[in-house]
Design a protein around this ligand. Structure first.
Ligand SMILES: *[C@@H]1O[C@H](CO)[C@@H](O)[C@H](O)[C@H]1NC(C)=O
Ligand SMILES: *[C@@H]1O[C@H](CO)[C@@H](O)[C@H](O)[C@H]1NC(C)=O
Ligand SMILES: *[C@@H]1O[C@H](CO)[C@@H](O)[C@H](O)[C@H]1NC(C)=O
Ligand SMILES: CC(=O)N[C@H]1CO[C@H](CO)[C@@H](O)[C@@H]1O
Ligand SMILES: [Cu+2]
Length: 614
């Protein structure tokens, strides 16, 4: 472990290093050509970063905050399905947080004035509309990370909501139980917005999960641990990420917004839902007793980004990169009256993060001495994971690299509008993408929107046991790593982003798009096309503060009801089962084929508003 700052940003020498030799057969010709012409910058380590450390803080002084649970404002009837849609409102607004007792408070801008924002908890199958109201300083776009949202509700970076505007995001929540998170995704300022507080947890609760008997109770035995890492100025205010174009490692580790907190626990099992919401810092987490810090304690990993694993995996450390979620069960029953610490290792083979005095520490658990009855359990089998149907070969190969000082994917950045759609995936196709990080100087956690993927291969350390028996939406590309991920590109068509989730890299343009294209042969044609993420019908709308504060104009119960019902009538999600069935049939023999009218009409009359292409 490195005790102090190991390195600083990377100084770039513009090397002429051509890596065109590693091109997979079977990828599109333009992609092979683009890969062959990528010329990467040489990473270069320089001396210690000096004088940028935050003022000192004493560890484990304040209790772990639990983000408040979001309150449903209205329950509105979906006019098509007759089911409820839960309507929430979250205002993006400034607030202050006293980090240092004797210095200035830090000014943040977060969802409903907290960071992390309120935790939204919805049961599986319960649709929701969240109205985000921008009373912050800058434009925002909200991404519900892990949700297969239709493109206009997915937080496309250019689908911005300026201060004085609001936008209604419609979410399906039909997936199996999992912890998603909502966070900013605005063009070029995602890092700054997230850094200053725009991130929150979002849990899809699932009866199938409840039946397992895992520790439960939000904030009681089921605890979100949202990790971040930041720097503070000498006056106690938060140092901005603006101007940083390499990585913002941070030297102050926060959990749920509180630097190095403590948490009082009972001697029993707890479920922790861990999310790394840092801009750049990755973690390799482990537990120790405060009295024996060299012995790592075992714990069980039960879930990853897309929910439960097939079965629990017992480990003594867990690699959790930016935007990854892992859920664990830690059993404190053997440690009554003791204290346990959550720590962070630095795996030099994979990580390039800068270390500081206390970045190897995360939080402390103070275990009560009073025995309790714990009826919760961790069953040996958790669920059958719905992996994508197997596929072979490599459909796309994406290299995450730095060239001429820009973070790019196959030579393209998001600002390169004409070239940024790097994959056209026919709707419903299963594809394998090879993601590679050929330079040893950086690591990149890669997020693909819309889909859950299976990590099928990684060179070097291989696929971690807790990656291989579940589904994910972020995969960590460590130094020199090449990873293959397989996903089912559906159920929706439309334009979606994929990118590095080191938000500094993302903003400095390591982001591109893929287009899940409509199958002309599908034979199933939906009422409304939701393919365009900047479709003006769903764009942000202006409001006046007086309407907001007096609940008039767009904020009356009636206008909200009407607006939500109008969204629902366009049926972004109502016919999921039919769409999935149509896709399955279309791809039944490996190539999409058109369905017959009779097939389409099986299972009841065809709704009037449906048009079929035959
Ligand atoms: C946001 O805060 C307001 C005022 O405190 C509260 O009424 C509302 O329920 C909160 N929103 C959510 C989604 O919890
Ligand atoms: C995405 O594909 C659709 C066809 O399904 C096409 O109409 C649309 O123009 C494409 N969008 C972009 C940005 O390439
Ligand atoms: C649906 O079908 C109509 C008529 O064939 C066509 O014009 C329209 O573009 C189709 N919509 C979608 C979403 O494919
Ligand atoms: C494209 C490329 O150069 N990929 C390399 C990534 O790193 C691994 C491990 O060092 C190499 O085997 C690949 O060739
Ligand atoms: Cu990156």
């Amino acid at each position: 472990m490195l005790s102090k700052i190991a390195r600083v940003g990377l100084v770039l020498a513009f090397a002429t290093q051509c890596l065109g030799q590693n091109v997979s057969p079977g990828i599109p010709a333009e992609e092979a050509a683009a890969l062959s012409s990528v010329v990467e910058d040489e990473p270069d380590m320089v001396a210690l970063r000096k004088g940028d450390e935050s003022p000192k803080l004493t560890l484990y002084q304040k209790a772990l905050p639990i983000p408040p649970q979001a309150q449903v404002k209205y329950k509105i009837t979906n006019p098509v399905t007759g089911k409820e849609i839960w309507y929430y409102e979250l205002e993006i607004k400034p607030f202050t947080q006293q980090i240092y007792p004797n210095l200035k408070a830090a000014r943040l801008v977060g969802y409903n004035g907290t960071s992390p924002g309120p935790t939204i908890i919805v049961p599986k199958g319960q649709e929701s509309v969240v109205r985000f109201i921008n009373n912050g300083d800058r434009e925002s776009s909200v991404h519900l990370h892990g949700s297969p949202s239709r493109a206009p509700f997915d937080g496309w970076a250019e689908d911005e909501m300026f201060p004085g505007q609001y936008k209604d995001y419609y979410y399906p929540n039909y997936q199996s139980g999992r912890m998603l998170w909502y966070h900013d995704h605005a063009l070029g300022i995602t890092a700054e917005n997230a850094h200053f507080g725009q991130a929150g947890a979002y849990v899809v609760a699932d009866a199938a999960e409840d039946a397992l008997g895992l520790p439960t109770g939000y904030g009681k035995y089921d605890i979100p641990l949202v990790l971040t890492s930041k720097y503070y100025n000498s006056d106690g205010t938060l140092r901005s990420s603006k101007g940083e174009d390499q990585s913002l490692w941070g030297d102050v580790i926060h959990v749920n917004g509180q630097p190095w907190p403590f948490f009082n626990v009972e001697p029993r099992k707890y479920r922790f839902r861990i999310l790394d919401a840092s801009l750049s810092r990755n973690f390799d987490l482990f537990f120790v007793r405060s009295s024996a810090t060299s012995t790592r304690l075992p714990f069980q990993v039960i879930a990853s980004d897309a929910g439960l694993l097939e079965r629990p995996v017992q480990v003594t450390d867990l690699k959790n990169a930016v935007a990854e979620r892992y859920e664990i069960v830690f059993d404190f029953s053997k440690f009554a009256g003791q204290s346990i610490e959550l720590r962070n290792d630095h795996d030099l083979d994979i990580m390039t993060d800068d270390d500081y005095d206390n970045t190897d520490k995360v939080m402390k658990f103070v275990v009560s001495g009073t025995a309790v009855t714990d009826t919760s359990k961790v069953p040996a089998a958790l669920r059958t994971v719905p992996y994508p149907p197997p596929s072979t070969g490599v459909d796309h190969q994406f290299r995450f690299h730095r060239s001429n000082g820009e973070w790019q994917i196959n030579g393209v950045g998001f600002e390169d509008v004409a070239n940024r759609v790097l994959a056209k995936v026919p709707r419903g196709k299963v594809e394998i993408w090879e993601l590679e990080n050929s330079s040893g100087g950086w690591t990149h956690p890669i997020h693909v929107h819309l889909v859950d993927f299976k990590v099928i291969e990684r060179n070097g350390r291989g696929v971690e046991p807790y990656e291989s028996i579940g589904l994910k939406d972020v995969v960590w590309l460590g130094k020199n790593e090449v990873v293959k991920v397989e996903a089912h590109y559906g159920p929706w068509n439309g334009l979606y982003m994929f990118h590095c989730h080191n938000l500094i890299h993302e903003d400095h343009d390591m982001m591109a798009a893929f287009n899940v294209t409509q199958l002309t042969t599908l034979g199933y044609n939906e009422t409304t096309d939701f393919a365009d993420p900047v479709d003006p019908r769903w764009a942000a709308r202006p409001f006046t503060q007086s309407d907001f504060t007096s609940r008039s104009g767009p904020f009356t119960a009636q206008t909200i009801n009407d607006r939500v019902q109008q969204l629902a009538r366009e049926q972004p999600y109502s016919e999921l089962d039919q769409v999935e069935q149509a896709l399955e049939q279309a791809w039944a023999n490996g190539t999409p084929t058109k369905r017959s009218v009779e097939e389409c009409q099986k299972g009841g009359p065809v709704p009037r508003y449906r048009r079929f292409q035959v």
